[in-house]
Design a protein around this ligand. Structure first.
Ligand SMILES: NC(=O)C1=CN([C@@H]2O[C@H](COP(=O)(O)OP(=O)(O)OC[C@H]3O[C@@H](n4cnc5c(N)ncnc54)[C@H](OP(=O)(O)O)[C@@H]3O)[C@@H](O)[C@H]2O)C=CC1
Ligand SMILES: O=C(O)C1=N[C@H](C(=O)O)C[C@H](O)C1
Length: 270
């Protein structure tokens, strides 16, 4: 029988951190070897399973990857862009693979991820759910058929605590559509409109953002013509869909060489 893959969750007390601990407990091929929090956190020493509300897992939360190092092979990181880069650098120096779910990276930070991935196995994806990754394929097909003559608008909604906008998923959807149509998203994206905007430029891809209550993650892409429109929607109703995807990514990544991978590769969708 194949051995379980040992993972560590960093940012253990976050919304995703706690869900990842729960998902690790449920996944039969994953073993939670460590859970890591910020230095100075009052949670150091607390059992990770107790923190996640799933019962004792005999994994005490630590504040040091160096101390946790001997207990895991793949780090799972849903934190912030700055801290994910620190963790990625640590993984590259310590021969660990890393699954990064964090969003909100700027261009220069993405370049750094690319560079570190030359010596580290990395899965980097703004959305780890199967549904969203299937949706990316549907968007590619729809863009091929209708993209050149329709108005393309991407709307996303998330909970009030989310720090980045538009969501990483919305931007990825925009990138997939722009790539399919031979456009550069940096040139054709329009982020919100106000005042006398003039008529719509057909070549633009519009983004709208909603932040409200406890919305887990809603994304809709509209391809609108005169007389008809296609709308493709994905709604996440539980963070467990992202966490299960991250477990799948960690298991898959444990067997890969250094390189930058996405969820399409993990799921065999490309
Ligand atoms: N790819 C995907 O499928 C998904 C991606 N995400 C992304 O994941 C990220 C986290 O989301 P969410 O869980 O809602 O956010 P939270 O704010 O709830 O959690 C982030 C956690 O990371 C911790 N953290 C930040 N910096 C450090 C650090 N230097 N060292 C250790 N821990 C640190 C935070 O600690 P503290 O509170 O002390 O700052 C917090 O516990 C976001 O970028 C979000 O967009 C979310 C869902 C799905
Ligand atoms: O912050 C979140 O919650 C989410 N972030 C991701 C994103 O920015 O796309 C994925 C998911 O929609 C939830």
């Amino acid at each position: 029988m194949t051995a379980k893959v040992r993972v560590a969750v960093v940012g253990a007390s976050g919304r995703m951190g706690r869900t990842l601990i729960e998902a690790a407990k449920q996944h039969e091929m994953i073993y939670l070897g460590a859970a890591v929090e910020r230095k100075g956190s009052t949670l150091i020493g607390v059992d990770a399973g107790e923190l996640a509300g799933v019962g004792t897992m005999n994994v005490a939360i630590t504040d040091s990857l160096d101390i946790a190092s001997e207990h895991f092979d793949v780090l799972i990181d849903f934190t912030s862009p700055e801290s994910s880069l620190v963790h990625l650098e640590w993984c590259s120096k310590n021969n660990k693979a890393i699954v990064i779910g964090t969003t909100g990276f700027n261009h220069a930070q993405k370049e750094m991820i690319n560079a570190f991935a030359e010596q580290t196995p990395v899965v980097f994806a703004p959305n780890m759910s199967v549904g969203v990754n299937l949706t990316l394929k549907l968007l590619e097909l729809t863009a091929k058929v209708m993209g050149d003559y329709t108005d393309i608008e991407i709307t996303e909604g998330h909970h009030r605590f989310k720090k980045d906008a538009p969501s990483g998923t919305a931007l990825k959807m925009g990138e997939v559509i722009a790539d399919t149509l031979g456009r550069d998203l940096e040139e054709c994206a329009v982020y919100g409109r106000e005042g006398m905007t003039g008529e719509r430029d057909r070549n633009t891809i519009g983004f709208s953002t909603i932040r409200a209550g406890d919305i887990v993650g809603d994304h809709t892409v509209m391809f609108a013509d005169i007389g008809e429109r296609v709308e493709i929607t994905h709604k996440a109703t539980s963070r467990m869909t992202f966490a299960n995807g991250a477990m799948r990514a960690a298991y898959w990544l444990s067997d890969q060489d250094s390189g930058l991978y996405d969820m399409q590769q993990v799921l065999g969708l490309n």
